[in-house]
Design a binder for this molecule. Structure first.
Ligand code: GLN
Length: 502
């Protein structure tokens, strides 16, 4: 059995073959690393972790030998570089975290490690997860494996590209306004954003704390369900996690679509939507009807407020969350009088204790200003300024407070619609993968990429993107399913119906 085929097996089959020795775990991981190097033009990784992967392989092999293999033995994993892994760099694709080594591991990731994954690297992303094209990375853009002249989507672009290129079997991403689902759609893989509070955010670098969730990208629903299952559930280290029990989403993966009521929101279409994606929605609606679901139109009347509401709230939260990067405790520090002289301070390198010599002419404020100005890229600076503006006295009521009220109305739209419907079917993104550089100078058109995804984060509900067909240039199309709080089981089961028909 060759390694590529090995990575494409369902997880249960892969575990059997690993157990019987027909498939070699070391070969699987080595091949992933080799693929990452051979496909380095994609720029999907910020850091490859060959040594760490070898240690993971040894650990999982021992567990296989003792008959104590975890449910994810054999999953080769990429981790978005805003999720902490102890002893490894954590850059968030930002200069400001240059040289920072994470002192601990995120809860969600630790659960996957305990279940037997092999981590081969930290994936590229938009800086601090702000972006829809992965062009806002200090480490350069990621390229789409289906066409290297096009973007992979963002902000989890490296994670999506690594799965789509067959480098890894699964990847972790984060989703604040669509960053798991949108790159999943543009790269032709599955992307699941769980319910807010379903997966611990401990160790996920905060962007918009009331919106952020760690999500899964993978080639199949089976793999997605198994990874989700392991990482979900309450965590004492994140008091926003929910005690709601996690149902067995793997066991119900074959429940089908029979008897489900599926709504197609009238507001999720129109002008900006590419006709080929509209056609995909009709085809999937037909398929699900054929499989016994009742599909009909529904309405989410406050949809038009999604983008302004999302960008006000996420930027406000980002301006507060990113205040901690002050050149004192983490990563980069620039001297105010010398933009070239850099001191890297990181908690693990020197415990934040060692400070540069006192320079009487420079105030601490100068150092903070200089560090932040040079350490953050232009999009992150734009968000911090926007967020500071909408929170400032005099504008707070007009923007932030109003956005909170709009958020409540958007949430209520979903509460109402899920009284009648089990699921919603919508596009994931308004277009297929666009060209590198096409939208980078037009932030507004970039922000509109989130028009179908950000509402789920505002409402906190779970959603999934699954591939359905290609456009005329052979680029993948993604369709999105949305469900009521904590119904990831339904999302995965219906995504599996779509997957089987593909
Ligand atoms: N594209 C959105 C933004 O730039 C979403 C990002 C995300 O989900 N992390 O904010």
């Amino acid at each position: 059995m060759n390694e590529k085929a090995g990575r494409e097996l369902t997880l249960s089959r892969r575990a059997e073959l690993l157990q019987s020795g027909e498939l070699d775990l070391a070969g699987l991981a080595e091949d992933g690393l080799k693929q990452a190097q051979d496909k380095s033009d994609l720029n999907a990784f910020i850091t490859l972790l060959p040594e760490r992967a070898r240690q993971d392989v040894e650990r999982v092999k021992r567990s296989l030998k003792n008959g104590q293999a975890g449910p994810l033995a054999g999953t080769v994993l990429a981790v978005k570089d805003n999720i902490a892994l102890e002893g490894e760099p954590l850059t968030c694709a930002s200069r400001i975290l240059d040289g920072y080594i994470s002192p601990y591991t995120a809860t969600a990731l630790q659960r996957l490690i305990d279940a037997g994954v092999v981590i081969i690297g930290k994936a590229n992303m938009d800086e601090f997860a702000m972006g829809s094209s992965n062009e806002n990375s200090a480490y350069g853009p990621v390229r789409n494996p289906h066409d290297p002249e096009r973007v992979p989507g963002g902000s989890s672009g490296g994670s999506a590209a690594a799965v789509a290129a067959g480098i890894v079997t699964a990847a972790l991403g984060s989703d604040t306004g669509g960053s798991v689902r949108q790159p999943a759609a543009l790269c032709g893989v599955i992307g699941l954003k769980p319910t807010y509070g379903r997966v611990s955010r401990y160790g996920l670098v905060a962007f918009g704390s009331s919106l952020d969730q760690i999500g899964v990208l993978a080639g199949s629903c089976d793999e997605t369900a198994r990874v989700f299952q392991v990482m979900a559930g309450e965590d004492p280290l994140d008091n926003t996690t929910s005690p709601t029990p996690v149902p067995d989403c793997v066991a119900t993966l074959n429940r089908g679509a029979r008897g489900l009521k599926i709504g197609i929101p009238e507001e999720y279409g129109g002008e900006g939507l590419h006709p080929v994606i509209e056609r995909a929605i009709s085809e999937v609606a037909e398929l699900l009807t054929d499989r016994g679901a009742e599909v009909k139109p529904c309405s989410l009347p406050h949809t038009e407020w999604t983008i302004p509401t999302y960008y006000i709230i996420s930027s406000a939260e980002c301006s507060s969350n990113l205040a901690r990067y002050d050149g004192v405790r983490y990563g980069l520090r620039l001297q105010a009088d010398d933009s070239v002289a850099k001191t890297f301070l990181s908690a693990t390198q020197n415990g934040g204790q060692e400070c540069p010599p006192h320079q009487s002419t420079i105030t601490p404020g100068d150092t903070v200003r200089q560090t932040r100005q040079s350490g953050f890229g232009p999009e992150v600076r734009r968000r911090i300024m926007l967020g500071t503006y909408v929170l400032s006295s005099g504008y707070y009521d007009a923007y932030y407070l109003k956005a909170q009220k709009a958020r409540r109305l958007i949430r209520e739209d979903f509460v109402n619609v899920f009284r009648e419907f089990d699921l919603l079917l919508t596009p994931t993104a308004p277009t297929t993968a666009f060209r590198l550089g096409e939208k980078i100078d037009d932030p507004l058109s970039m922000y509109l990429s989130d028009v179908f995804t950000a509402s789920a984060n505002l409402a906190g509900i779970p959603t999934i993107s699954c591939p359905w067909g290609k456009d005329d240039s052979g680029l993948p199309i993604g369709v999105q399913l949305m469900a009521d709080d904590f119904r990831e089981d339904l999302l995965l089961a219906v995504a599996a119906v779509i997957e089987a028909a593909r």
